[in-house]
Design a protein around this ligand. Structure first.
Ligand SMILES: [Zn+2]
Length: 318
């Protein structure tokens, strides 16, 4: 029986047929619009520096320490949004060339899955850090990063850090039980899993200011993770197989089904990235700063920026 069952599953995967269901010309317009939008979004995010939200009172001021931590994370978030956007742009250029038959291969789907997954996971982690405003959660994030990096036995990179000062801290952290890593005097993580963090925001999303799009988040994260972990369904459904019908729509573009499917994936993830910034990331950051004294000016500029970016996606979907 298990072998029969395997044959059914294997047959389903190996005989998937890529479908073409949407108008490539309409997708092209939307993708071009979204790509220029995201360029603008990222440039706007770059104009903000959370650590300058309040006058620096030095390392003895808890609020200043938190703001520096937020700033470090924020810089990283911008790079993750940018990496996803530039990956989309590169892939879109590849599959929208005039005078050639456009197709996408497995590498394109894997690459887009990885940057999209990273965008989703990173946003959830950052927003969770921001919302909780607990320095112990930042401590755990920093020590985990230092600990894993110090394990790379390469000649140069890990040596860039002077880990002598923190090696005792790393050893101490690694000797803690999971329970203590997630709740002790130095470290905390009230929701250590991705699922826990999603549920945390799903609860909050009942309050105004948060869009209830965490179901989409979870579905996409699961599918993209499957690709990252070597899953076969996604690639079977999208990958180029043997001779395919060449379509032309609009007339200047010729493509096969795999290009159409990659275009759809680019459009969907670009929409998700814009929604993440407008409906989730910026509202969380603004709410977080509300709890930190002396950040009124920065909150005002973030609120203005948020309004401008939100206006650019009103009425748009993919
Ligand atoms: Zn301060």
């Amino acid at each position: 029986m298990p072998f029969e069952h395997n044959k059914l599953l294997y047959k389903t995967l190996s005989e998937a047929t890529p479908l073409v269901l949407r108008d490539f010309g309409v997708m092209r317009e939307k993708i071009n619009y979204f790509l220029s939008n995201l360029d603008y979004f990222v440039t706007q995010l770059e104009t903000i520096s959370p650590k300058s939200a309040s006058d620096s009172h030095g390392d003895d001021c808890d609020a200043c320490v938190i703001l520096k931590n937020i700033d470090m994370r924020y810089r990283h978030d911008i790079e993750v949004f940018r990496t996803h956007a530039s990956g989309c742009k590169r892939l879109w250029l590849k599959i929208s060339q005039a005078n050639q038959i456009n197709f996408a291969d497995a590498e394109d789907f894997v690459s887009l899955s990885l940057t999209s997954r990273s965008m989703i996971e990173n946003s959830i982690r950052s927003c969770f850090l921001y919302m909780n405003l607990d320095i112990r959660i930042y401590n755990k994030y920093l020590i985990e990063s230092l600990a894993s990096f110090s394990k790379l036995h390469w000649s140069t990179l890990p040596q860039s850090f002077d880990t002598k000062d923190v090696s005792a801290a790393i050893t101490g952290f690694e000797s803690l039980s999971n329970r203590d890593r997630n709740n002790s005097s130095l470290y905390a993580d009230p929701q250590p899993t991705f699922k826990g963090k999603i549920d945390y925001f799903r609860q909050l999303s009942k309050t105004p200011g948060f869009a209830d799009f965490f179901d989409d988040y979870e579905r996409m994260y699961s599918a993209f993770s499957d690709v990252a972990h070597g899953g076969a369904a996604f690639l079977s459904a999208s990958n180029r197989k043997g001779p395919q019908i060449v379509l032309a729509c609009p007339p200047d573009l010729r493509f096969v089904a795999s290009a159409h499917q990659l275009a759809e994936m680019i459009g969907v993830t670009l929409m998700m990235s814009q929604k993440t910034i407008v409906n989730f990331y910026l509202p969380v950051l603004i709410q977080t700063l509300e709890k930190i004294a002396g950040t009124d000016a920065m909150r005002a500029s973030l609120t203005t920026m948020h309004g401008q970016l939100a206006a650019k996606i009103v009425g748009h979907s993919f």
